[in-house]
Design a protein around this ligand. Structure first.
Ligand SMILES: [Zn+2]
Length: 382
């Protein structure tokens, strides 16, 4: 039984039979604060007044609910490509670092993450702890022998990959394949990627594929993978096919272009030519992907954590419309994960800003409040 109560609380009363005396019912009364946010909800911009009834939004007014913040409301930010819990590539996974990394995501307004690859098995609280973001993950990366970072992920031959990926996707909903690695490495063949896609989909999951080589990207798109991660060096001619078949692109733009200056200083080599060429072309590729109607997802990939605002601004600077760039890190990303936004019955996440972030993306650095699972996880004091 739930009763609306005067003041700031809702009374939640639960009854339990007393086994010694079945006639006696013990009542446990718990006071639960109901939180409220108000303002203009994106993407529609409609005036919205919404209440967190536990971990669900409701537009039914709750008398005495505490108004946490007013302003421009988003259903929280999403970092769709992040690997919390481990340091530099190859370093081990620890629960304490995982919590620190996730705290930084929440500071940035992130209420859901997707980890396409983790350095270890996450603890039971990952994705459900009330003070950390919701989480989707693909377990350890699956790579070919001799490729990817030493110490991270698992290696498999081509024949084993579909079953390993399907088993992972059955466990956590996602699997992640490293389709290509260095410029001299052979990518996973298209036929193998097709078998992986079939096996993962039969298991009811989705497959994310790392690609930074033209051949690997071509094979991944032909195989119909669910999301292409990075997509550096992808043939722009394939963007229309991606849009048509629903292959999303997570371009990780800041991390790819962030290494460009250093790469330009290196001695000439095929490796330098590959990286400088691919990274230089990446912003234009991302803008073309948005133009072609490809679902863009924002992801930060590397450390430090909590930098999703910079990725949104990088997408916009590349030529992606501001609302599309924001959606890639919020409502579009949540929709892709099957989580509705600021509507009745949706999981109660939000981030509130003082002004419209579509007009000025710098406001993303100063969230007024972050609501996570129906409670204020962060509140800015003035
Ligand atoms: Zn990554």
């Amino acid at each position: 039984m739930k009763l609306n109560a005067a003041g700031q609380s809702r009374l939640a009363t639960t009854g339990r039979q007393n086994h010694d005396d079945p006639g006696l019912t013990l009542a446990y009364v718990q006071l639960v604060t109901v939180y409220r946010i108000r303002g203009y909800a994106l993407p529609s911009g409609e005036s919205t007044d919404i209440y967190a009834d536990g971990d669900r939004w409701t537009t039914d007014p709750v008398p005495g609910a505490e108004l946490v913040a007013e302003g421009w409301l988003l259903p929280g930010l999403a970092d769709m490509h992040t690997h919390p819990g481990a340091g530099s590539p190859g370093e081990p996974f620890t629960d304490s670092l995982l919590r620190k990394d996730l705290d930084k995501h929440v500071d940035a307004g992130v209420t859901v993450i997707r980890a396409p690859g983790l350095a270890g098995e996450p603890p039971g609280w990952f994705g459900v702890d009330p003070d950390t973001p919701r989480a989707f993950h693909a377990g350890p990366w699956i790579a070919q022998f001799g490729q990817f970072f030493d110490g991270w992920g698992r290696r498999a031959n081509h024949a084993e990959m579909p079953a390993i990926a399907a088993a992972q996707a059955a466990r956590t909903g996602w699997a992640k394949i490293i389709a290509d690695w260095g410029p001299d490495d052979e990518p996973v063949p298209e036929t193998v990627l097709r078998d992986i896609v079939t096996a993962v989909h039969e298991a009811g999951g989705r497959i994310a594929v790392h690609s930074q080589q033209a051949a690997g990207g071509t094979a991944a798109v032909a195989a119909g993978v669910d999301s292409l991660e990075h997509g550096m060096c992808l043939d722009p001619e394939l963007l229309a096919q991606m849009a048509a078949q629903g292959t999303a692109l997570t371009p990780t733009l800041t991390v790819i272009t962030g290494s460009l200056e250093l790469a330009r200083l290196r001695e000439d080599s095929p490796r330098k030519e590959w990286y400088v060429g691919g990274a230089s072309a990446h912003p234009a590729l991302v803008a073309a992907a948005a133009e072609a109607g490809v679902t863009l997802l924002a992801g930060t990939d590397s450390r430090p954590h909590g930098t999703i605002a910079a990725e949104i601004r990088a997408l916009a600077a590349a030529g992606v419309p501001a609302d599309v760039a924001l959606g890639a890190a919020s409502w579009t990303a949540r929709d892709y994960l099957g989580i509705p936004g600021l509507v009745d019955g949706a999981p109660a996440d939000a981030v509130v800003y003082d002004s419209d972030p579509r007009a000025d993306l710098s406001v993303l650095d100063k969230p007024r409040a972050v609501i996570l699972r129906g409670h204020p996880a962060r509140r800015r004091k003035r």
